[in-house]
Design a protein around this ligand. Structure first.
Ligand SMILES: C[S@@+](CC[C@H](N)C(=O)[O-])C[C@H]1O[C@@H](n2cnc3c(N)ncnc32)[C@H](O)[C@@H]1O
Length: 227
């Protein structure tokens, strides 16, 4: 087994980030991801001004809170399996009444059928122990015609030299130079997306109704619940 594979497996072992990891993440990675996540927040509020958004693995809450701040007509829920992450997100979200954080497993969501307009997730899917159940839950809670936007790491984003230069210029050293290594450890390779993830999606109710595309620093999977 390669060292990268070993570290990757080790990092994926705990599904929810343990307390020290959550505190470290809040002080480091969450800050680095603010710029690309601000772009996602802008995309979402440009598309919808009212309705419900559900953020799976909301972590320290930055993305959920940014969406809620920008669009007071939206109700944003963040769910996370780490109690410490939920605590941090609630602290960050004080005063933003349309962002709520819930301790829950994305594989067993405490939301009614057909109640959510858009499900989003950033950097969390590689942690899911039962992704098939998470996709089934997404399908159940999303309203007919709604979508899920699942963003996670993919090193191929950084292996194209022109794109890598662009990201380095836009986001600076941490993302531009370390992005390849970080997304190798925190995400899936292009091949894994095309084989394992695709194979799994083909066995869900989203069969045939999804797209994968390299977008900014992420692989974005768009899942559609058809009419
Ligand atoms: C790498 S963090 C990403 C956090 C945040 N989305 C961001 O972009 O900064 C992944 C988060 O997903 C959470 N998580 C992992 N598996 C989960 C699950 N099955 N249900 C809910 N949260 C989960 C972890 O506890 C962690 O907070």
């Amino acid at each position: 087994m390669s060292l990268t594979r070993f570290i990757k497996d080790l990092l994926r072992k705990p599904e929810s980030i343990p307390t020290p990891g959550a505190i470290f993440y809040n002080a480091t990675v969450a800050k680095v991801l603010r710029q690309p996540e601000t772009k996602i927040a802008n995309d979402i509020v440009a598309r919808m001004g009212k309705g419900t958004v559900l953020d799976l693995g909301s972590g320290t809450g930055y993305l959920s809170i940014e969406i809620a701040r920008r669009a007071p007509g939206l109700q944003v829920y963040g769910v996370d399996l780490s109690r410490q992450m939920v605590k941090i997100a609630r602290r960050h979200g004080r005063g933003v009444d349309n962002a709520q954080f819930v301790f829950a497993n994305a594989a067993k969501l405490p939301f009614r059928d057909n109640s959510i307009d858009l499900v989003i997730s950033t950097g969390a899917s590689h942690h899911w122990k039962t992704p098939r159940l998470v996709f089934a839950e997404c399908y159940r809670v999303i309203k007919t015609g709604g979508e899920a936007w699942i963003y996670d790491g993919c090193p191929e984003v950084f292996s194209n030299p022109a794109n890598s230069r662009k990201l380095n210029k836009e986001y600076g050293f941490l993302i531009g130079r370390l992005g390849y290594r970080v997304s190798t450890l925190h995400g899936f390779s292009g091949e894994e997306y095309q084989t394992e993830i695709k194979g799994m999606l083909e066995q869900t109710a989203f069969k045939g109704n999804y797209q994968m595309a390299l977008t900014d620093i992420w692989m974005k999977i768009t899942l559609k619940k058809r009419q």
